[in-house]
Each structure stands twice: as C-alpha cells, then as structure tokens.
Design a protein around this ligand. Structure first.
Ligand code: ATP
Length: 508
C-alpha cells in the first residue's frame, strides 16, 4: 500500500519531462531546434488524445439523438472569415520591443508606476504570471534601492499595456532589456495564418487557415437542415485542427499555434429560454470533464462580465481549470444569439432560416456554443493525474513511484498482461493468449521483461489502470490471474470473465 502519499507539487517541469520521457508529447521539428508553438504527439500521447476525442464524440454525438457531426475543410472561402468578423476583428493587442525585437501580448505585459511619498519616480514591468503583483512590488523595491531614493514606497498598482497612457509608454521598461524607451504602443495583430490558394500569389488568392472550427457548422447549417432529419433544438458538432498565430504561445500545449478543437453549435428556437439552455450546457460540459477523471476541486466557473462581451453575445461562461501556472480557461460556453447565421445570410445572400410549423413563420435560430481545445484537456488531465509518492516494495523498502492516475476511459493502455516469468513456456503461452483476446477490444500491452515490481512501475508511469499477472496458480489451479490496481496497488484474484466485465464497465 502507498504510505499516505504526500501530494507532490506538480510542476510543469515534471510534466514536460514525463511527457518527453514516456513518449506523450515532443516539440515539433525538435532536431531542427523546434518551432515555437507547435507540438507532436508520440505513441502514448496520440492514444491519450484519441481517447479524449473519442469520448467526447461518443458522448456528444453518438449517444445523443439531437446532435449530428460534420467535418468541414480547414481552408474555407475567405468570405467566411469576412462575414464572421475574423478578418477585421480576430486580433490581439501586440507590443514590440524595438531593441530586443521581442513581441509581447499587451494584455499579458504588466507595469506599475513606482510611487515614493506620493510621487511617481519611475516605472517597472513584468510579464503576467501567478505572482505578477509580487514581481512588480519586488522590482519597485529594487528600483528605489538602486536609485537610492529615500521615502515610503507605495504598494504597486498593476495595469496591463492596453491601459497605458500615451505619455507613459516611453517610461515603461521592456521586460526583455529592463530599460525604458523601446516599447511601442499596442497595435492590433490579426492572428489568422494566411496562405494562397492556387498558383497565383496575389491578393485575389489569399485564404486563411481556420482559427476555429465553429464557422464550418454555420456555413454548413443549411446543408445539414436540408439533408438530415434534424428538428430544433439540435446541434452540429465537429472536431478538428485550428490555427492561430498566437503572439506568445506558452505553457507547453496550453496555448499553441496549431491545436485541435472540439466544438458544438446547439441551435434553439428564437423564443426559447436561452439562459436555461446555456446553463444546461455549462453543467453538461462540467459533468463530462468529471467523467473523464478531472477532479471537481480543480474546476471553477468564470462568467464574463457584461461589459466585456461582444455586442451580439448574450453571455459567456468559461469552465476554468487549476493548472500549475494558474487558473485558466479550459472550455468556453457562449450564447451567441443568431449573430453568425445572420452574418452569413447577409454576406452570401442565402437565407439561413428554419420554418416554424407552429407559427408558420421563418426565423433564424439562436445558438449555444460549447468550445473546447483537446490539447487543453490533455494537459489538464496530465496535471490532475500526475503524482509522485513513496511506496514500499515487497521487501518493505521505501521507493519512489511516479503514477498517472488517468481515468480508464482515457488511459492509453487499459490493461497490461504480464507473465510472472518469461522463461516458463506455459506462463508465456497463457499470457499471450489472453493478450491477443484483450487486444481485439481494448488497448492492451504485453510485457515480460524485468522483475514484476519494475513492470508495475512502468505501467504506473503511463497510467495503465490494471495489470494482470499470469502465475503458477493460473496454470495449476483455477485459471484465475492476479489483478493489480494502479491506484490502491491492491492485488486480487480474478477470472477472465470478471476481467472482461470490469473493462466493459469502466471503459466506455
Ligand atoms: P484564450 O482566451 O485562452 O485565448 P479564447 O477565449 O480565444 O481562448 P476560444 O476562441 O473561445 O478561446 O476557443 C475555444 C477553446 O479553444 C478554448 O476554450 C481553448 O480550450 C481552445 N483554444 C483556444 N486557443 C487555443 C490555443 N492557442 N491553443 C490551444 N487551445 C486553444
């Protein structure tokens, strides 16, 4: 049994190291020095990601009668992005440092005046982190000391660069150089990746890699309505890659430039109670995250204040997750009114309406949009699952084990089959037979190399919920195996039928 595991501090360094060591996530193009904001998923990572995606698809689409799926193309007609507002408005505020040539997102670059005895004597800056205010306070103290200024330093009042007054910008030090004078005023930077379609490379051939999958659902709305048997309320779902030229990709796969989204547009009657539908979807998403093993303690809700919403939005709530680098958005659930369909109807000249049998009137449905990034769930799942603990081996010696407590629903390997000894033909034969049978339905793993304890540890580290060991009792007695549980490390005898029943119940 585990000795009251002291929950080890989950750091990003630990996670990134494990992800690399066990083949979950690699830097893209690593042999060429990597490409900032792009990642590759290795053999175990691709399984984990696929399981997250499949669980979402099964629960969101296949197990519901009111939602259908589509797969739209990544490059769409450029007019889609004009109508949606992305060409004009999909921007982040950008600040350049003219000396270091570094670029910062203005809303992530914080500054504060250094105020001594009520007088501003200079400025300090810091990049957003969990302790931005402390960093700025420490910088202000250093500033005062270095300049040998006497008097009482006021607590810093942080603001971000979007709030800087024009006369302040020249006085704020660049986080890259520590010196003022090199930062530019914030300007809007469009995050869509541009490309060209066809052999001509002029303005007429410009197209964009989609920055979200959602527009595919709006543009195909009529196709789905006219060809399917959908009736309001109904949803259209899609999973696929999206691309954003983020100014500062960071926190590993949390914010990257190429990522996967799982989005769903749930269309409701224009007179329907949107608030109720919105609340129901927030709760559905929360429950779904719990169902794949995220702990309730790490989840919270953030309701966007009215004044920060786009003019068409009725309300947006984000499900937040407590990552090691802070509480951050995991899943956004937005009530978007009928803005998108109306925009596309106007831009294309094709009505995007539905006929209401009851009132004999046509109308444009409203929509609730739960939008989440698969990679962000992947990271959340790793953060929540990772633990280092002291355990006793068979001889009572204390050793460290790293364990990923992944839900059986998403674990890359569901069960490992281990013959007790590799040089006993009967044990190996029976183990291989069971392994072949398991593999037809579940991701299983066969391992005969090394001491049994070491083999357990290897599976713990990749999150395999169960190991079955084929021993002499299996062959000589009742055919049962030892089932070892990853989390409790308890062992019990189990028959083949019971093993399949367990997997059937827990892996869905
Ligand atoms: P953020 O404020 O973090 O940039 P957002 O509000 O722009 O996110 P949405 O446009 O609502 O995000 O996208 C929906 C979901 O897609 C997000 O909740 C997140 O899970 C995921 N997502 C968005 N941008 C990225 C990114 N650069 N890398 C990974 N996932 C992302």
């Amino acid at each position: 049994m585990a000795d009251t595991p002291a929950p080890a501090e989950v750091t990003m360094d630990n996670l990134v190291a494990l992800a690399k060591r066990r083949g979950f996530v690699f830097q893209s193009s690593e042999i060429y020095g990597g490409l900032n904001g792009f990642f590759d998923y290795g053999p175990l990572g691709v399984e984990l990601k696929k399981n997250i995606r499949d669980c979402w698809w099964n629960d969101m689409v296949r197990r519901r009668d009111d939602i259908v799926g589509i797969e739209s193309s990544i490059i769409m007609h450029p007019k889609v992005w004009e109508a949606s507002g992305h060409v004009a408005g999909f921007t982040d505020p950008l600040v350049d440092c003219k000396v270091s040539k570094q670029r910062f997102r203005a809303d992530q670059l914080f500054f504060a005046p250094v105020v001594v005895d009520g007088k501003t004597v200079g400025y300090v800056s810091a990049l957003e982190s969990e302790k931005t205010t402390e960093d700025l306070q420490a910088a202000a103290e250093t500033f005062k000391r270095k300049k040998a200024i006497q008097g009482t330093l006021a607590p810093v009042q942080p603001r971000d660069m979007t709030e800087a007054q024009p006369d302040e910008i020249a006085l704020i030090p660049s986080p890259a150089t520590g010196e003022p004078g090199s930062l530019t005023p914030p300007r809007a930077f469009n995050m869509m990746f541009e490309t060209h379609v066809g052999p001509l490379r002029d303005s007429s051939s410009v197209a964009y890699l989609r920055p979200e999958t959602a527009q595919g659902m709006f543009v195909d709305f009529k196709n789905v309505v006219d060809t399917g048997r959908v009736k309001l309320p109904f949803g259209i779902a899609q999973v696929g890659k999206s691309f954003r030229n983020e100014i500062t990709p960071r926190n590993f796969i949390f914010r990257s430039r190429e990522f996967e989204q799982m989005e769903m547009e749930y269309f409701i009657h224009e007179d329907a109670d949107w608030k109720k539908a919105h609340d129901e979807w927030i709760e559905w998403c929360r429950q779904w995250l719990l169902s794949i093993g995220l702990p309730e303690s790490h989840l919270s809700l953030y309701q966007h204040p009215k004044e920060k919403l786009s003019f068409y939005s009725k309300g947006t709530t984000d499900i937040m997750f407590k990552y090691p680098f802070g509480v951050q958005e995991l899943w956004g659930i937005a009530a978007r009114g009928n803005y998108d369909l109306t925009q596309h109807a106007q831009a294309s000249g094709k009505p995007q309406e539905i006929f209401d049998e009851a009132t004999k009137k046509k109308f444009v449905p409203h929509v609730i949009e739960p939008a989440v990034g698969t990679d962000r769930i992947f990271l959340a799942v790793l953060c929540a699952a990772y633990a280092e603990e002291d355990v006793k081996d068979e001889k009572g010696n204390v050793e460290k084990r790293t364990v990923l407590r992944l839900s059986p629903r998403i674990a890359p390997v569901k069960v490992a089959v281990l013959p007790l000894l590799k040089n006993k033909e009967q044990l190996v034969g029976r183990a291989k037979e069971l392994y072949a049978k398991l593999k037809r339905k579940y991701a299983a793993f066969y391992d005969e190399a090394g001491a049994i304890g070491r083999r357990y540890r290897r599976q713990d580290e990749i999150g395999t919920p169960w190991c079955v060991t084929i021993d002499f009792d299996t062959i000589e007695k009742d055919g049962t195996f030892t089932l070892r549980d990853r989390d409790t490390m308890e062992q019990k005898r189990i028959s083949e039928a019971e093993l399949f029943a367990l997997l059937d119940e827990k892996v869905y």
